[in-house]
Each structure stands twice: as C-alpha cells, then as structure tokens.
Design a binder for this molecule. Sequence first.
Ligand SMILES: Cc1ncc(COP(=O)(O)O)c(C=O)c1O
Length: 375
Amino acid sequence: MTIREFQLERYFARWEFTAPYLLSASDCETVSVGELLNLANVPLSELGDLRLGYTESQGDPGLRTTIADFYSRVTPDGVVVTNAPEEAIFLVMWALLNPGDRVVVQTPCYQSLFELAHYRGCDVFPWPMLETDDGWRMDLDHLADLLTEDTRLLVINVPHNPTGYLPTTSDFDEILELAHRRSLWLLCDEMYRGLEYDLADRLPSACDRYPRAISLWGMSKTFGLAGLRIGWLATQDRRLMQSLLRLKDYTTICSSAPSEFLAHVALKQAEAIIQRNLGIIQTNLAHVREFMTRRRGTFAWREPKAGPIAFGRLRKGSAAAFCEEVVRGSGVMLVPSTLFDFGDSHLRWGLGRLNFREALSVLDEHLGTNLKNLS
Ligand SMILES: Cc1ncc(COP(=O)(O)O)c(C=O)c1O
C-alpha cells in the first residue's frame, strides 16, 4: 500500500517559495537567529561554541526540564524531543497502533493525524466539526457514538487547525471523560497552544488531565520557529514513553544540537514570544474583520478563538478554483478546503504574518477587478 500524497504539503511545496503573498500560512512570523539571541540576552559566541556531535536521544535534559515546566504532572522523563512535530505524530501512530485498530480523528485536520493511522492499516473514523452561523462547534453526541468499546485511539487538535476553534473547559472535560470511560488513548495535538485570545479560555494540557493522553507541542506555530524543526511529546505513561524511544532509534535517533539550543533559548522567553505573536494576530484580526464586513457578499467569516488560523466559507463557486485563479492572477496564496478533504467551499486564512495587511489589500484589489470572473 502506498501512502496518499500529503495534499497541503504538496500545495505549499508548489507555492510557498514562489507566491509573493501567503495568506494561509499556519505559523506565526519568524525571527532571525540574531533577533532570538538578542531577545534572550544570549551572546552569539554561545552558539558559536556549541559542539556539533550527536545529542541525547530523548532530547537534551535541560531542554526537557524546561519543557516539563509547561506541564503540571509530566516530568522531564515523560518528554521526548522530536525532529519536528511531524515525527512525533509518526512515532505515536506506530507506537500505539496495529493494523485493524479503530481510530477516531477530529476533522478537518492536519492530514497526517488521519493519514498515518490509515496507512498503518487502521479503521479510521472522522469526527467532523460542525459549521453554524455562529461559527464552528464540536458535536459531542456524535463523538460519544463513534467511541465504541473497541476504539483504541482518539485524535483531537486544540486549538484547532484549520478552524481556530477552541472548546470550552466543560466540553474539553467531557471529551476526556469519554476517553476515560473507554480507557482509550488520546493524542491531543496542542501545536497552537498559548495563542488563546483570552487567557481565561486556555485549556489544561491533556497529558496533565488524563494518564493515557499524549500531548504534542513544538516550536513551529506558537513560537514562529518552524525552521528549528523541534517538537515534543509529553505523557505520564512510562511504558508508552519506552515504546516511543524504541521507535525513535529507527527514525532520527536524536535532534540537531543547534536546534535544541535555540529551542531552549526561545522557550525560556516563551511569554515574550507569545505576546509578540498574539499582538500580530490581533492586529491582523482587526484588518480581516473590516475586509470580511466589506466583502460579506463573497465570504462568510468564521471568527477563530485561538491561533493564527481561521476557516471561512466562500459563498459561491469552487474554493479550489478560486484559490488557483487568485494565486495565478495576484500572487496571493490561499488554501482551499479540498486540501483538508472537507468539501470545496472553505478557505483557510493565516493571521500570523507581518505582511498580512499588504497581502489582504493585494487580494482586495484583485477581487475589485476580477470578482465577476471569480464567482
Ligand atoms: C495541527 C498540526 N499538527 C502538526 C503539524 C506539524 O508541524 P510541523 O510542520 O512543524 O512538523 C502542523 C503543521 O501545520 C499542524 O498544523
């Protein structure tokens, strides 16, 4: 069996470095190595002195200690640093699943959360988000029906890519309770954690609340440092950690020393970086709200609750055709919902970049002259 193409990644491979304006990026604006070291008051010579040998397979102990501080019930031994969050998803799916296992995955989703379980030979059942006039919501009754006695793994993503949805604490508790009742494993992708618009909405990490949960986080989105390719998994379950580590010897063995060093520098400044990125998102939200009000005949806006991503509806026509025309005609790249196997009517908006306003006005101008051909 060959694995299906990763649609979103192939689309980015086509446009990310050729289209001048990215209006659908899921990460926050990055910084240079110099800017990061400056922010943390770390002299460049510290990076210069770093030795470039192999590193510890589970991840640098100091880095894991700093990571464990983000959780209340996970110790540094319960953390494994991975070469990109993407590797972490692979390790979890291979450590936990066998062909024929039943897996339930919240959709639409970052494709590997669904695809890798499918490629492993599992029976994968989507748990789709519901769209209402008031925005996105979760159907917990549907989830309860999907989680049969023989379900092995539930995969969720909060805050959510692509909708920007964040459940309430009581809905999140109910999901954990459903998992607990059936003793199933829970992979909670928390890649956008920290970017809640209202701090009061921040949820606990799943791994702190449920012993069979594995939380995924990393440097790419919240911190805008995707180029470090550093992610991690956190869990209270010792046996699962042993299985993850056994597998990691067959994927990448250990992470890159400069990436671990810089990730550690960044995590010690987590609050400052998060505030800077939330500021960019809030500014861009104001621009996009104004744009969506003016262009409400073309788009139905769905306000996100956290993270740098929103998922709105194109009122008429094919989202895929719209995106193709827009990127060719104006250089503005938008992502259509077809890449998430979620119909052909939605567009993902990326709110984390500094040139968002400029990109939006290029799109606006393009729509002004071409809208008739686009609908
Ligand atoms: C929800 C989610 N999980 C995991 C990943 C993978 O992150 P990375 O590309 O840094 O490996 C992404 C990337 O877009 C994502 O959106």
